[in-house]
Design a protein around this ligand. Sequence first.
Ligand code: NAP
Ligand code: ZN
Ligand code: ZN
Length: 347
Amino acid sequence: MTKTRGYAALAARAELAPFEFERRALRDTDIGFRIDFAGICHSDIHQVREEWGSALFPMVPGHEIVGTVTSIGSKVTSFKVGDSIGVGVFIDSCRECTNCLNGLQQYCLEGMTGTYNGYERNSQNVAFGGYSNYFVIEEGYAVKVPSNLDPAGVAPLLCAGITLYSPIKHWKVGPTSKVAVMGLGGLGHMGVKFAAALGAEVTVFSHSAHKEADAKAMGAAHFIVTKGDDWHKPLRKKFDLILNTVSADLDLDPYLSTLATDGTLVIIGLPGKPYAINAGTMLDGRRSIAGSMIGGMPELQEMLNFCGAKSIVSDVEVIKADYINQAYERTVASDVKYRFVIDASSF
Ligand code: NAP
Ligand code: ZN
Ligand code: ZN
């Protein structure tokens, strides 16, 4: 067992505070690593605040984890001490179902084992996440981090990055695509960078007018402020793919009206309440609504390699642990540029 320092919420909606706990002793196929940086995902906030239903406390959130390997189990073959390592939204899965065998561990038929807010697989051990200074991960659920990238900017790739990369790949975004990204936050800004890197014409739908210059610097060609009743009318039937990363409840209908014939709006943001769908808008143009959740282990590594080759990282504001609660407030207020990342040496 290894004594570990982190930050936890002791109860739903409580402020996060310093917290000590033990990580499990290394098994043969485990890797122990010092956490260097941990991103703050809006999903952390949803769970601390029980916006998705009841949660497990004390909770150490954090599923965008980058670190440096400090020890390996006797059967570990793909990592050595000193390597850069990343862990994302899940730490295990059944490894036997068709989805796991196809590298879609996020859709494991038995349910993926989340990095926190639950138990380690087939165990009574609470899974504590990345807002901490040390981690233990089974080798098959860790990825290699390209050495040319700034590790603080890499941390958000482990959730925000893969969550946009996966649908962008699945819906085959390329140079002829017209893509719109809803919400320029942690996830959305990665969607802009990836779609632009693949040659698409990217539009950002934002309710924050002041983000326009940033969006364009990230690769967006157009920036639409979604204020008033008419913003969507000039954009009718324009986009092949809309990536909805908005964390708040929203009327989807104006956005759906901007989908081209056979276009798809992918739901990625996960607010607590169901969406209302206007059947007429869906019928007109054979439009689709789909969903997408993070990505599997092979795609996570593919995304990091793509980022290494293209020098893509997240735009981050690095903070110390004692700023986490303020970072939560600023994230909820859409005041994020464009991901808060905790310097884990401050735990
Ligand atoms: P974030 O950094 O807070 O970004 C969300 C953005 O949504 C904000 O920056 C804002 O962009 C927009 N927004 C917020 N409130 C709004 C409102 N009332 N009306 C219109 N737009 C609003 O959050 P994130 O970390 O990117 O996460 C986004 C969502 O994705 C969360 O719900 C999270 O739980 C979910 N998520 C899903 C997956 C998955 O696998 N599908 C993975 C990770 C996270 P503008 O200021 O530009 O409008
Ligand atoms: Zn996340
Ligand atoms: Zn499985």
